[in-house]
Design a protein. Structure first.
Length: 247
């Protein structure tokens, strides 16, 4: 629709800042615009960026970064209350270990990425459970982010959209939009080969697929994961839809 708000907001100090509005659901509703945003971290916003974020009315941020990551990029919007849901990064350390052993290749990097997504389910479900608890209590508009806003955030957003009954193909397209809008830090992990940096600096369907494969392996199916892992029963799912969907 030509009169829909912009999905991607081109900020100078943050990339991949996107709105989750306008997506269709299986019951004929759509996700509300200007309620949930996803982004990379908010520690380098310019003064103009801050004014844009303020104009959106964002008051809460849900931050999946680890301790050192958070310290390196504190949110610069004073009005935003930041809720830490830490998942410590592991991929770069794993890549450097492979490099030291002389076994680092692009396929190895891809598999390390997939394994990190499986571990979101195996070891960090509590952080995603806490996010849904906030989504049921905190007032929108809100933003969900990590450092790059593509992996920990990507899985979180996929879970939210699945909980709202957005079709899987739409979820996949939203996830892959990161490859259009994320601006990689050219100074990061320069000790790693370029093809490896390419693997960790983008997203691909197999990463998200690995997380949902882990859901099935650990919980049986996605509905059981919502109920038993994320503590989203029928009432919570209905409340989530009432809050974040419109007719």
């Amino acid at each position: 629709m030509s009169d829909s708000p912009a999905r991607h907001l081109a900020l100078q100090g943050a990339s991949n800042f996107r709105d989750l509005g306008g997506y269709p659901t299986s019951d004929g509703r759509t996700t509300r615009w200007r309620h949930i945003f996803r982004s990379n971290h908010l520690g380098q916003l310019t003064a103009a960026d801050v004014e844009i974020v303020r104009a959106l009315g964002v008051r809460s941020a849900f931050d999946f970064r680890g301790v050192e990551e958070r310290a390196a990029g504190i949110c610069v919007v004073n009005e935003i209350t930041v809720h830490s849901l830490p998942i410590e990064p592991s991929v770069v350390a794993g890549l450097r270990a492979e490099l030291a052993r002389g076994t680092l290749t692009a396929p190895v990097a891809l598999e390390l990425m997939r394994e990190s997504y499986r571990n979101y389910v195996r070891h960090h479900t509590h952080s995603f459970r806490a996010l849904f608890g906030h989504l049921l209590e905190d007032r929108a508009p809100l933003v969900i982010h990590c450092t790059a806003g593509k992996d920990r955030t990507g899985f979180a957003i996929a879970l939210i959209l699945r909980a709202l009954d957005v079709p899987e193909d739409v979820i996949s397209k939203d996830y892959l939009l990161t490859n259009q809008h994320y601006k990689r830090d050219a100074t990061a992990a320069t000790d790693l080969p370029e093809d490896v940096r390419n693997a960790i600096g983008s997203v691909e369907s197999s990463y998200l697929g690995a997380a949902f494969e882990a859901v099935v392996k650990e919980y049986g199916d996605i509905e059981s994961y919502f109920r038993d892992g994320l503590k989203l029963g029928t009432a919570e799912r209905a409340a989530l839809k009432d809050r974040y969907l419109q007719a």
